[in-house]
Design a protein. Structure first.
Length: 309
């Protein structure tokens, strides 16, 4: 049996007239409607200090206190996994993450992650702010997205980089190949992103329980039926580039979640690479710009399309 602990969450409501179980399922990640109903029946959802009845409908301005079962966190263990290190000093380490590597332990991926590799390489010299499962991790990229990711070796560096992310002064640029031919040479997608209403594992452009999301893009090259683009994140929502490009009708090539549901041009994962990071060094304040070459899978696709590599 999985050991669990109780997690208490405070949820503010801005929507009126919605059944409470549906509101909770739409708001809490990975909570189904039936699970929300059980929480209400067990008295684990409170309003103004008292359990809420099953028939309750939401009102704007209400705040619900919800107790959910959370798996007990286990410490990530060090593993001897090779790393492609782009930069390292006493404060930070920047890794060129390969496609297919998960960033931190999660259900279904207890080890073999970037965090396990970082612990094997850095030992105890990683920031503890991210917790025992995410030591040093300041930002993430998806499993099948390759490219640059930065980790902090101490709390000062972690806080500095997190502040830069919040202030949008930590620049992240990606390259991608998308389906279809983009007409404009550059553009901006300004569309809020939140959890998909019916598929809890996906994100979607939505006005409901969402956060602002802005992606800037420019065309590098056009091919028959495909476009090679560069994207700069102004915000950093989950799956942001993938969701935004699909939203405008140009999903990332190989994206089986937001694009075609079968492999294309030999890819069964998104053709998306985090190519550049620009930030102020947390100790010296020096502006740093780090880049990496396109990986082999990306270059192979470009060759197949007739592009220069």
């Amino acid at each position: 049996m999985l050991n669990t602990t109780l997690k208490t969450t405070s949820i503010d409501c801005e929507t009126g007239g919605v059944r409470l179980d549906k509101f909770l399922a739409d708001t809490i990640p990975d909570l189904t409607r039936s699970a929300a109903q059980k929480l209400i029946e067990q008295g684990r959802v409170e309003l103004l200090g008292a359990p809420v009845r099953k028939s309750h409908r939401t009102s704007p301005g209400e705040t619900y206190i919800v107790q959910t079962d959370e798996p007990l966190e286990t410490c990530a263990v060090p593993q001897d996994i090779p790393l492609d290190i782009v930069f390292e000093d006493a404060d930070i380490i920047v890794i060129n993450k390969p496609r297919g590597m998960v960033v931190h332990p999660a259900p279904g991926h207890p080890d073999g992650t970037l965090v396990n590799a970082l612990l094997g390489h850095c030992g105890d010299s990683l920031s503890g702010i991210g917790g025992e499962k995410r030591p040093g991790i300041v930002h993430r990229i998806d499993k099948d997205t390759s490219g640059l990711i930065i980790a902090a070796k101490n709390d000062h560096a972690h806080l500095s980089l997190s502040d830069q992310l919040a202030a949008r002064t930590l620049t992240r640029e990606y390259e991608a190949i998308v389906r279809g031919t983009l007409k404009d040479d550059h553009g901006t997608i300004n569309a809020p992103i939140g959890r998909h209403r019916t598929d809890r594992k996906r994100q979607a452009v939505t006005d409901r329980n969402s956060r602002a999301a802005v992606t800037h893009y420019e065309v590098i090259a056009r091919f028959h039926g495909y476009t090679h683009i560069r994207c700069r994140l102004q915000t950093g929502r989950t799956h942001q580039i993938r969701v935004h490009m699909a939203h405008i009708g140009h999903p990332v090539l190989g994206d089986l979640v937001y694009g075609r549901k079968k492999p294309e041009l030999g890819l069964s994962g998104q053709c998306l690479h985090a190519r550049m990071l620009r930030f102020a060094h947390p100790q010296t304040g020096e502006e740093m710009t780090l880049t990496t070459e396109l990986p082999g899978y990306f270059r192979d696709v470009l060759r197949s399309l007739g592009g220069a590599v």
